[in-house]
Design a protein around this ligand. Sequence first.
Ligand SMILES: Cc1cc2nc3c(=O)[nH]c(=O)nc-3n(C[C@H](O)[C@H](O)[C@H](O)COP(=O)(O)OP(=O)(O)OC[C@H]3O[C@@H](n4cnc5c(N)ncnc54)[C@H](O)[C@@H]3O)c2cc1C
Length: 443
Amino acid sequence: MYLPIQDDSSLPRTAFTAGGGAELASSALKGSHTADVLVVGGGIGGCSAALHAAEGGARVVLLEANKIGWGASGRNGGHVAPATKHDPDEIIARYGAVAGQRLIDAAEEGPKVVADLVTRHAIECEFSVPGIISAAHTPTAMQAMAKRVDYWASRGRPVEMLDRRQAADMIGSDYYLGAWIDRRGAKINPLSFVRGLARAAVKAGASLYEGTRALKIEKQSGKWLVKTEHGEVQADMVFLCTNAYTDGLWPGLRQTIVSVRAFQFMTRPLRDNVRKTILPGGQPMTDSRRLLSGIRLHSDGRLQFGGQGPAFGAEGEPSWGATLGRLQKIFPQLGEIETDFWWTGFMAMNGDNSWHIHELAPGLLTMLGCNGRGVALATIYGRELARYARGTPAADFVLPPDAPRRIFAHGLVEPFVSGLIRYYALRDAAEIRRLERDNPAST
Ligand SMILES: Cc1cc2nc3c(=O)[nH]c(=O)nc-3n(C[C@H](O)[C@H](O)[C@H](O)COP(=O)(O)OP(=O)(O)OC[C@H]3O[C@@H](n4cnc5c(N)ncnc54)[C@H](O)[C@@H]3O)c2cc1C
């Protein structure tokens, strides 16, 4: 089921999102409240933090400026990957053997953690574990994929390298040089998932308020006091789970990320004979281009895919030519592509393409960062914040907190990132031309 997300805030308009499950019927916060834990932001991260903290016995209040799942959590592609974006050796080099391995292990557990929550709380969100396919458009990408496959296969994990023929069979296109499949990967209806987490949090005793923006945060008599338009909450701890939608609530936090708009599209249900040929095993897929985007087929025959458009400013028209042209090249059997609807959402990008947890002040924590892997990782990091509420020192988190780092010349960064995106698009295009020249099947 595809439901519109009501967008009644000043953020750019978003047309539709893939999702299901009924909306929560929660109201705005009024009057004075107290809590052990106050969560700001009702995405997967915030709802996971609220649920786990409430299950741990804390009195939890969650404030969401719009609707539960209104941010990236209700707008994403629904790929649930068992890894961060980085190769395991990069992670070990960055965090050291102990913390690095902890992060690799936790990320690997991501789909299982999601599966466990889905089962435990009977969340109806079309969750399944068909694996995820990543396809290569250059020989270098094939080599990088082979390295990842070696790493996991040598540890007995269900991963396989797919040669050109095998990839063509599994994708339904002989466009790529090859691919790999990670059978631990899952897919989900993310809006239903986040709404399910929120309902479970309420059942566990948390109080959720929608349409309630946290406007001001200050320390008063040893407690945190968060003010909203019609009320306030006094709490021992505050978790800011606002990610790419981070506003000026905590000075300087917004300047540690760049919020980049990403586009998603949904076709009309495909004809039966075409539908059968595309991703017949039900796996979602991505490819190795720099401007990567996911593709997945839904059970009603609609194809969901990422594409291009203006990364900043008010929501603008997508780049239809580039977006549809690419899909047509991959799946020529689609013929004329009819998109039923499209929407956008913001990803929080940062210098190292990673998630971070920051302890901004004693009792005030935030989790934010690279968004492309948020379904599983935001679930896990939300759980980590809840462990803090139960007394686990932040240093014992899966990912030890670090100091927030402002992006240099943040005010000027949008033109720079726009230029970078154009550069990536050009490099992708050059590589695709080479692929098409050297491998005529790709034209
Ligand atoms: C188009 C797109 C496709 C994606 N595809 C995938 C994918 O396939 N797989 C994957 O793993 N990840 C994907 N991601 C990333 C993933 O969606 C995110 O990493 C994840 O949802 C982040 O969750 P979150 O809870 O941290 O933030 P969000 O879901 O963005 O939630 C933040 C919330 O904070 C609220 N808020 C902000 N300020 C305030 C305030 N002052 N007071 C109260 N509330 C406030 C906002 O309204 C928002 O609802 C995608 C992202 C996008 C945009």
